[in-house]
Write a protein that binds this ligand. Structure first.
Ligand code: KIV
Length: 264
């Protein structure tokens, strides 16, 4: 089996081939997802909620991400693996370098960090060390206290312009991929068109190059939340996890998911 790497994803962007990504946190699910053809897995700090039962991503530590990254990599040796740097683990350059080394040594191909212009120096420094970085803007769950909760971002013209500027400056600083979370579809369309790197959306509509979902949301086992941008693929595919993942991959590739019903 061929390894998926950053050039594969960049070629897909250039050729307008859409791709699906998913979170995973352990060996078994990573193996199952890879077997169904998922090319990109994220060890997200969403594990604070999905695995640890907290009500935010804030308690997640670098040791937690190392542990889950190692497990996922064992299950899925060929996929492109992105792992989050957790809350406050990349504020200072030396701290960011040290923590990135731990995550890459655990098996990740790329690290993901949340934020905009405040990260420019850190991104430049990590890029100088040939580290692949994924940015994450729009709704940034590590900063929900500052954002006053989990809310759609970029609804006003001023906020939308700020998000476009952040996206452009992150690309300029050296990120090789970008996640857009919970922003209006027409805003993510502008960003996806203006950026030359692959852009992945969650709650950001149909126009991004790739989509990502949290595995528990896609399998319909996240209780108590009615997330507009999520589809329960398990329910619509006869209760088979394998078929749910295949359907997710195909619907993203064909531009069926997300539909307008799943977009802001
Ligand atoms: O932590 C996570 O799972 C994420 C996704 C929501 C993109 O960052």
């Amino acid at each position: 089996m061929e390894n998926i790497n950053i050039s594969t994803l960049q070629n897909w962007k250039n050729e307008k081939i859409k791709f699906a990504a998913i979170t995973a946190y352990d060996f078994s699910f990573a193996k199952l997802f890879a077997k169904q053809g998922i090319p990109v897995i994220l060890v997200g700090d969403s594990l604070g909620m999905t695995i640890q039962g907290h009500n935010s991503t804030i308690p997640v530590t670098i040791q937690n991400i190392e542990y889950h990254t190692k497990a996922v990599r064992k299950g899925a040796p060929h996929i492109f693996l992105i792992s989050d740097l957790p809350f406050m683990s990349y504020c200072q350059i030396n701290q960011a370098l040290k923590n990135t080394a731990k995550i890459i040594q655990s098996g990740a191909n790329m690290i993901k960090i949340e934020g905009g212009k405040n990260l420019i120096n850190i991104i430049k420094e990590l890029s100088n060390q040939s580290i692949l970085i994924c940015g994450h803007i729009g709704l940034t769950p590590q900063y929900t206290n500052y954002l006053s909760g989990y809310k759609i971002q970029g609804k006003t013209e001023k906020d939308a312009n700020k998000i476009v500027e952040e996206a452009l400056s992150l690309e300029d600083a050296g990120v090789k991929m970008l996640v857009l979370e919970c922003i209006p579809a027409k805003l993510s369309r502008i960003i996806t068109q203006r950026l030359s790197i692959p852009v992945i959306g969650i709650g950001a509509g149909r126009y991004t190059d790739g989509q990502i979902l949290v595995m528990q949301d896609l399998l319909g086992i996240t209780e108590g939340k009615n997330l507009k941008f999520v589809k329960n693929f398990l329910f619509y595919n006869g209760g088979s996890i394998q078929n749910a993942i295949k359907a997710y991959i195909n619907e993203v590739k064909q531009g069926i998911f997300p539909s307008d019903k799943h977009s802001f």
